[in-house]
Design a protein around this ligand. Structure first.
Ligand SMILES: Cc1cc2nc3c(=O)[nH]c(=O)nc-3n(C[C@H](O)[C@H](O)[C@H](O)COP(=O)(O)OP(=O)(O)OC[C@H]3O[C@@H](n4cnc5c(N)ncnc54)[C@H](O)[C@@H]3O)c2cc1C
Length: 396
């Protein structure tokens, strides 16, 4: 039989956004329930785990206050660290820039974040699917039975297909170019560059996106494709593109051939930007649910956590009468709204180039490593914008 329990804050989704929101809301003294349908936090894995170090994160979102969890996660959450990012053009030409980053073990990282939320006083409910939202009642079904939870504040940190966002009419279906499909393998027995993260371009392997090789240390690597289904050839799926990349790509296949697949990972990457509204008088959405992602590279761990922190803090401020919940909208847009919006614009310029291998190869030749870094970070200084526009109009 179902029971109804009362909480100040109920958070749906215990990924980086939800777990961070839970920690910040709970540390203020609010009663917080964090719910996830996964029976095991962080599993199944849905991420490549690439996270740049603090100086690059500060460069990425200069106005944001980074959550402490993003700055002091334990080394045990890190597979390995890299210091270079290399771009491989469709014609094989390559160049890159220096950047310190970690290849996270997202299973351990997500557990660490959830433990921080629990340490702050949040209750955690795993293996529990939120099936319906009825006003301020969250209806669940899962391994602990069917239960209803009433809350003053509902936070949707439930990923790209946010039920919470849809239930409040905050988000709609993604437009086909505004969502990427990511498909990856964790491989063992491969010989990849341990110091560099590699990104490969080319329509034949990655329509509307890129493939990556991220070392996980020793002879392990995470390889994947982030592609746009709207651009797929007939009868191809994301897995087919990854297999083609792994076995046929002239540079990559040499390194990957003979690798054993030890894990398959898939998920959606919302690269269409944030919806116009992410808050109502009783509900907030954060992380992928709110399009808190850098559209040029599909990286969303850091921005999801910034969004989660602000959602948790705003919920706490609202409960103590300091503001209304809609204050969240202004808070997150001030801290990272410009970067998220600019990245979507830059992504659209890149989309055009990616339609042609010749153009994309040219782009990688003429864009300087510094400019590449800017585009990766979703920045568009005038020089970068000019270079991209010139290429878009065939003027280079
Ligand atoms: C294959 C892939 C590779 C990626 N690689 C990188 C990378 O290398 N670096 C990077 O920065 N970003 C990467 N990203 C993006 C990154 O994973 C996301 O941006 C980030 O996880 C967003 O965090 P989140 O908390 O908003 O959402 P999520 O991590 O998706 O968490 C949402 C949680 O909500 C839960 N949930 C959803 N619906 C319900 C429901 N109805 N009831 C209960 N629980 C629910 C889910 O189980 C999930 O645990 C990648 C994404 C994919 C798909």
């Amino acid at each position: 039989m179902s029971q109804t329990e009362e909480y100040d804050v109920v958070i749906v989704g215990a990924g980086p956004a939800g777990a961070t929101a839970a920690a910040y809301a709970a540390q203020s003294g609010a009663s917080v329930l964090l719910i996830d349908k996964k029976k095991d936090i962080g599993v199944p894995l849905q991420c490549g785990g690439f996270l740049t170090h603090e100086d690059t994160l500060r460069d990425l979102v200069p106005s944001a206050e980074l959550p402490y969890q993003l700055l002091e996660y334990p080394k045990s959450c890190v597979h390995t660290s890299t210091n270079f990012q290399r771009f491989i053009a469709p014609d094989g030409y390559s160049k890159g820039f220096e950047v310190e980053a970690d290849a996270l073990d997202r299973r351990k990282f997500d557990r660490y974040l959830v433990k921080k939320a629990a340490d702050a006083g949040a209750e955690i409910l795993i293996g529990t699917n939120v099936t319906e939202i009825n006003n301020q009642t969250v209806i669940t079904d899962g391994i602990f039975g069917r239960n209803d939870y009433n809350c003053k504040v509902l936070i949707g940190a439930d990923g790209p297909n946010s039920l919470v966002g849809k239930s409040r009419d905050l988000v709609r279906e993604h437009d086909p170019m505004g969502v990427g499909t990511a498909f990856e393998y964790e491989l063992s027995g491969v010989d990849v560059d341990k110091d560099a993260v590699e990104m490969y371009f080319g329509k034949k392997y990655v329509p509307g996106g890129y493939a990556w090789i991220i070392s996980q240390g020793e002879d392990n690597a995470n390889i994947g494709v982030g592609v746009r289904e709207a651009l797929f050839d007939e009868n191809m799926c994301a897995r087919d593109y990854l297999n083609r990349f792994m076995h046929v790509h002239p540079q990559a296949s040499e390194k990957l051939e003979g690798g054993t697949i030890i894990s398959v990972v898939a998920g959606l990457v919302p690269v269409g930007g944030a919806p116009s509204k992410t808050a109502t008088k009783n509900t907030l959405i954060a992380g992928d649910a709110a399009g808190h992602i850098i559209a040029t590279n599909g990286g969303g761990i850091a921005t999801a956590m910034v969004g989660g922190k602000l959602a948790g803090e705003t919920a706490a401020d609202y409960l103590s009468g300091k503001c209304n919940l809609e204050a969240y909208e202004k808070r997150w847009r001030e801290q990272m709204g410009l970067e998220i919006k600019t990245a979507v614009y830059a992504r659209k310029l890149m989309d055009n180039l990616m339609k042609s291998d010749a153009l994309m190869s040219k782009a990688i030749k003429v864009i300087s490593p510094e400019q590449m870094k800017d585009i990766q970070c979703g920045k568009l200084p005038t020089s970068v914008k000019k270079a991209l526009l010139k290429l878009n109009f065939g003027l280079n």
